[in-house]
Design a protein around this ligand. Structure first.
Ligand SMILES: Cc1cc2nc3c(=O)[nH]c(=O)nc-3n(C[C@H](O)[C@H](O)[C@H](O)COP(=O)(O)OP(=O)(O)OC[C@H]3O[C@@H](n4cnc5c(N)ncnc54)[C@H](O)[C@@H]3O)c2cc1C
Length: 318
């Protein structure tokens, strides 16, 4: 069975959830082989094995931490040349897409970004125009390189050996031309990262002001969720722009998306329409967001949300 390379997203020792999702997709296509850059592979190995990694190519050199994306693309290109994989899967994050693009150029391959599914014949599915259209496409030249949207695939445990295989390669001077000089940890507190979270609670203009966003945060915390916001809320300065969901913000695809006081403009839908279950709280029964809702509550959020928090807290025994 041909290998399917999966570029691991990790933070030092912690394997990010999207890597497990990619492993699940890779397991349906061939033999999953993780490509791990920088330190931490030993610590991450167990989790990779739990999701079916047969091999883990480890490039532990500091070059991968010190420079931006180019060394990763060079490493992947050398592994593609050596192992002729059936496909290369990366996370469709800003970094993953850039690595994919560089790899595509280096290997004269086609690439697909923002896939929300891949079938057994390597036909990738993309959801575009706010989810109104599904595009199916297949790479016809070179090694298919597919960037898969985080949270699009449900990770399924599958035991693998996760054999560690050293894969250090000489990184060219050209790949070292942009060096990372400082890392600043984004303020995010204890909440999960927006694009990785299984549950997202987003607030919109209906929330009314910045102070009221504490209610959205409280609801999110009761569920272990990330907080998102519509552009109306971020433009008004009620919540930071990095949490904006939509066409010009982040794309999320969680198991559960709660839209609170959000009307459901096409630009907002574009960033959340592929969520597995959508719940809406809005006082206007005609709000377009209800067209997407699996569950909807027509009501004033200031009456509904506190009751919801009480109910969730009572259920979780808090
Ligand atoms: C080029 C472009 C890019 C854009 N990109 C984005 C983007 O990335 N993300 C994005 O979100 N938008 C984006 N927009 C803006 C988008 O068109 C909408 O203006 C925006 O999404 C509206 O945000 P909203 O739903 O919070 O506000 P509104 O449309 O004003 O809706 C507020 C909703 O809250 C409800 N409400 C009010 N009070 C309460 C209450 N007490 N209880 C319950 N419900 C209440 C109302 O019934 C209403 O449905 C973009 C626009 C353009 C032109």
């Amino acid at each position: 069975m041909a290998e399917v390379l999966v570029l691991a997203e990790h933070s030092g020792e912690t394997v990010k959830k999207v890597t497990c999702e990619l492993l699940t997709a890779a397991g349906r296509l061939g033999e999953p082989a993780v490509v791990w850059t920088g330190p931490g592979a030993e610590a991450g190995r167990e989790r990779l094995a739990e999701f079916g990694a047969a091999k883990v190519y480890v490039a532990a050199a500091e070059d991968f931490d010190d420079y931006v994306v180019a060394p990763k693309a060079e490493l992947l290109a050398s592994l593609v040349a050596a192992s002729s994989p059936a496909a290369v899967l990366v996370a469709s994050t800003a970094e993953g897409r850039e690595v994919a693009a560089r790899l595509a150029v280096k290997t004269s391959s086609g690439m697909i970004t923002d896939a929300v599914g891949i079938d057994d014949d390597l036909i990738a599915e993309q959801s575009i125009f706010g989810g109104a259209i599904v595009v199916k496409s297949r790479v016809k030249s070179g090694t298919p390189i597919i960037a898969v949207r985080p949270n699009a695939i449900t990770p399924e445990p599958a035991q693998g050996a996760a054999e560690l295989v050293p894969a250090d390669t000489d990184i060219s001077d050209a790949a070292k031309s942009a060096r990372i000089t400082e890392r600043v940890v984004a303020e995010g507190g204890e909440r999960p990262e927006l694009t990785e979270a299984s549950i997202v609670v987003s607030g919109g203009r209906g929330v009314g002001n910045a102070e009221n966003f504490a209610l959205i945060e409280k609801l999110a915390d009761s569920l272990g969720a990330a907080v998102g916001a519509s552009r109306a809320a971020t433009d008004a300065g009620w919540y930071p722009h990095q949490f904006q969901v939509g066409q010009t913000g982040k794309t999320v695809s969680p198991q559960l998306y709660l839209a609170v006081g959000i009307s459901g403009a096409i630009q907002h839908r574009a960033g959340m329409q592929t969520s597995k279950t959508i719940m809406v709280i809005n006082k206007d029964p005609e709000a377009p967001i209800f067209e997407l809702a699996d569950f909807g509550v027509v009501g004033d959020l200031f009456a509904v949300v506190p009751q919801l928090i009480d109910g969730i807290t009572a259920r979780s025994g808090g």
